[in-house]
Ligand binder design. Structure first.
Ligand code: HEC
Ligand code: HEC
Length: 316
């Protein structure tokens, strides 16, 4: 064998070993914390606000009426299977996370729930598909995470049994590097806007991706395409770019853009059409105060401006 062939053979051998190692390797995980979360009316209010607004858990886990614009939630936490046309790497099901002990997570300990939410590990030690935003939720403060679990414990049981998430190779293997234990105490980030943007998954939808990974230098620049049934919507550019982003939007206009959905939601929502269909959680985020939306606005205005013209409804 000449040196080149030897080198290639060695390289392939190492690659094979590396893949073998990854397949067999367990994710980085720690035992769940031994904790019973405290509960009080104030804690449950905070947990509910985190669940319904800040983290919009029902955006994925809710049973929602997709025939109506903004897809209002019918039953909290009952679970949802993402449609095949989204092009995800396998079957992806946002689990039933209600208090039902069989179909939901009612039999889990509080520590197991905290670990799933912030560290990405299922009850049986498996890696959760990182579309479940645990890589962001690891920054959720202890106080908030515990209030969230206290609220989850009160979600009315839903009996829906859905298929489990089953991710295709090689993503099934690569994703094992996503979970990580949360160490020490976690407090809320000093910048409230940054915290809300992280918890709200703004970047997950508004930053374009290539092969599942966010494109560097294009944070919040929009362009991600969402296909749902017969509808398509594209995430807007929310960078401070003047021509193609939110550079011309004043703070007051930004706040109004969200809060106008409060009144809108009072009347029956119209049928979803090609023109109005969206996955932007307007109903959830419309419940933020002007101060909270102002903090989000200021955080976004401090990000890099990226010129990227987006047509939100390309087919209408
Ligand atoms: C962007 C979509 C999305 C959002 C938002 C989201 N989840 Fe998930 N979640 C998922 C998916 C998908 C799974 C299934 C992952 C898997 O099985 O590999 C999941 C799994 C879970 C699990 C594990 C359940 C099980 O049976 O293994 C828990 C607990 C959970 N989510 C709680 C939450 C909570 C609480 C929130 C809000 C703070 C939340 N999720 C927000 C998509 C989401
Ligand atoms: C599930 C995906 C998703 C998430 C999460 C999401 N967005 Fe959006 N957003 C969209 C889509 C799609 C649009 C374009 C359609 C529309 O306007 O409804 C949009 C539109 C917007 C617009 C309107 C821009 C304009 O010029 O009219 C703003 C502002 C915005 N999002 C801010 C945010 C912020 C802030 C967050 C996080 C707190 C966030 N979004 C989270 C999908 C998402």
């Amino acid at each position: 064998m000449n040196r080149l062939v030897k080198g290639v053979a060695l390289g392939a051998g190492i690659l094979g070993l590396a893949v073998g190692y990854l397949v067999l390797r367990a994710p980085h995980r720690a035992a769940p914390r031994e904790i019973r979360v405290a509960s009080s009316p104030e804690i449950l209010d905070r947990g509910k606000f985190l669940y319904e607004v800040v983290a919009d858990c029902d955006g994925c886990h809710g049973d929602r009426n997709w025939d109506q614009q903004l897809a209002p939630v019918r039953r909290s936490g009952a679970g949802f299977r993402f449609p095949a046309e989204m092009g995800l790497p396998g079957t992806v099901v946002a689990s039933n996370i209600t208090s039902d002990p069989v179909a939901g997570i009612g039999a889990w300990s509080d520590g197991e729930k905290l670990r799933a939410i912030r560290e990405g590990i299922g009850r049986d030690g498996r890696t959760l598909f990182p579309m479940m935003p645990y890589e962001s939720y690891r920054h959720m403060s202890d106080r908030d995470a515990e209030a969230l679990v206290a609220y989850l414990n009160t979600l009315p049981p839903a009996k829906d049994q859905r298929q489990r998430t089953a991710i295709d190779f090689p993503v099934s293997v690569l994703m094992k590097s996503a979970p990580a234990p949360v160490e020490g105490t976690v407090s809320e980030l000093a910048d409230r806007g940054e915290y809300l943007v992280k918890m709200g998954g703004c970047a997950d939808c508004h930053t374009p991706k290539e092969r599942g990974a966010p494109v560097e230098g294009k944070e919040f620049a929009g362009g991600e395409v969402f296909r749902f049934g017969k509808f398509t919507v594209v995430a807007a550019n929310i960078t401070p770019d003047v021509e193609t982003g939110i550079g011309r939007m004043t703070e007051a206009a930004f706040v109004r853009r969200f809060q106008e959905y409060r009144e809108y939601a009072q009347a029956p929502l119209p049928e979803a059409t090609r023109k109005n269909f969206t996955v932007m959680p307007w109903l959830a985020f419309s419940r933020y105060s002007a101060e909270e939306l102002g903090a989000i606005y200021r955080y976004l205005r401090h990000q890099k401006a990226v010129a990227n013209q987006v047509t939100v409804h390309p087919e209408s």
